[in-house]
Design a protein around this ligand. Structure first.
Ligand code: AOF
Ligand code: ZN
Length: 355
């Protein structure tokens, strides 16, 4: 199953609205075939692994990170392909959160005389699917919040200088995260100040969406997100007060835009995020700044924090990672699930205890 997970990971960042799935065909400890789901509309992992194994699949085992589908979607049901191939045993990582499937495959395969083993390496397999599962269950994207801070929790000095707080190993890890997500989101002020490209380097074929909040429609069109070679992967969020002709300025550049609701404090993320899920942005990486991070956290819209902490101190004039006053009684509480030294930095992953 560990190898099947490796296969599945090749699809991360490409498969939405579908999940990334990997499958192997194995007999007598010999790997006969492997497959991974590359893109919605294209074949699922199981038929690819079965095809790779060919006739040798007869009497062999199938290992798959997700419960095989049993319905006709854009592609035929994998349960039928498994039966037709003459597979003897199926090892399944986790149940499909899609209500059309949701465990139905177990009985279908068993009725066909196939032995089924459930929940193999299920924690890891579920983690592969966490964005897909969140959208299936709630219609809201999975938001990872990346913070790169000094030891005292600052993301820039008082003048706004932030390059570089964290070391090369941390920054490389951020690039790897960027390659796994559907979209990258940063706040308006960060866009204005840093003019980031918000693409993975090296890209390795990944072109995540860039979500550009521009409530007043006043960000300079010379910013990289509006003018570089990936501008067709920019989605600009225009607030109600953005000028009516702003769309006409974005259209010729091939930049996508969406009118979104705003309140006195800023854009209404709780209403906006479900719209992004409908556009197949299931996993969103938010890279700051302080206000956007604070807004998303206070709305309980962050599912994980990826925190890179560098051995430097920026003092009280530095810009805080979370630009909000938080009362002790209302402070978000987090649970640490990973911890690693990256060069001189510390990396930790935290999950909110309530969301
Ligand atoms: C699998 N193997 O590799 C994937 C599955 O429209 P379709 O036919 O592509 O079906 C999409 C649904 O199939 C998707 O919502 C999810 O429930 C499941 N994904 N299932 O057996 C795969 N990617
Ligand atoms: Zn399938």
């Amino acid at each position: 199953m560990r190898l099947a997970v490796e296969e599945a990971r090749k699809g991360l960042g490409f498969t939405a609205p579908n999940p990334a799935v990997g499958a192997l065909v194995v007999k007598d400890d010999h790997l006969l075939g492997k497959g991974w789901h590359a893109k919605a509309g294209q074949p699922h992992a199981e038929p690819l692994a079965l095809r790779d194994a060919g006739e040798a699949a007869r009497g062999a085992d199938l290992h798959v990170t997700l419960e095989p589908c049993c319905t006709h979607g854009k592609t035929p049901p994998c349960t039928e392909a498994i039966k037709a191939a003459g597979i003897r045993r199926v090892f399944i990582g986790c149940t499909d959160p899609n209500p059309a499937h949701a465990g139905r495959a177990y009985a279908i395969l068993r009725e066909a005389g196939i032995e089924v083993f459930e929940e193999i390496l299920s924690g890891t397999c579920q983690e592969l699917l966490r964005a897909f599962a969140r959208v299936q269950r709630t219609g809201i994207p999975y938001v990872s919040l990346k913070l790169a801070t000094s030891l005292d929790g600052r993301i820039a000095d008082a003048a706004g200088t932030s390059r570089w707080i964290t070391g090369p190993e941390s920054r490389e890890r951020v690039q790897a995260f960027r390659r796994e997500v559907d979209a990258i989101l940063v706040g308006t002020e960060t866009l204005r100040r840093d003019n980031p490209s918000l693409q993975p380097r090296p890209a390795e074929g990944h072109r995540p969406w860039r979500i550009v909040p521009d409530r007043t429609g006043s960000l300079p069109l010379t910013l990289k997100v509006f003018s570089d070679e990936n501008r067709d992967r920019t989605l600009c969020l225009l607030g109600p007060e953005a000028p009516a002709d702003r769309e006409q300025a974005l259209d010729p550049a091939g930049v996508a835009w969406m009118r979104v609701p705003a309140g006195p404090e800023g854009l209404l993320w709780a209403e906006i995020l479900p719209e992004l899920a409908k556009r197949s942005m299931h996993h969103i990486l938010c890279e700051g700044g302080g206000k956007l991070s604070a807004d998303l956290l206070s709305l309980r819209l962050v599912q994980e924090i990826l925190w890179f902490q560098a051995p430097m101190l920026l003092g009280q004039g530095g810009r805080p990672a979370i630009a909000a006053d938080i009362l002790f009684a209302e402070a978000p509480r987090l649970r640490r699930t990973a911890f690693e030294a990256l060069g001189d930095d510390l990396f930790a992953r935290y999950l909110p205890t309530s969301s």
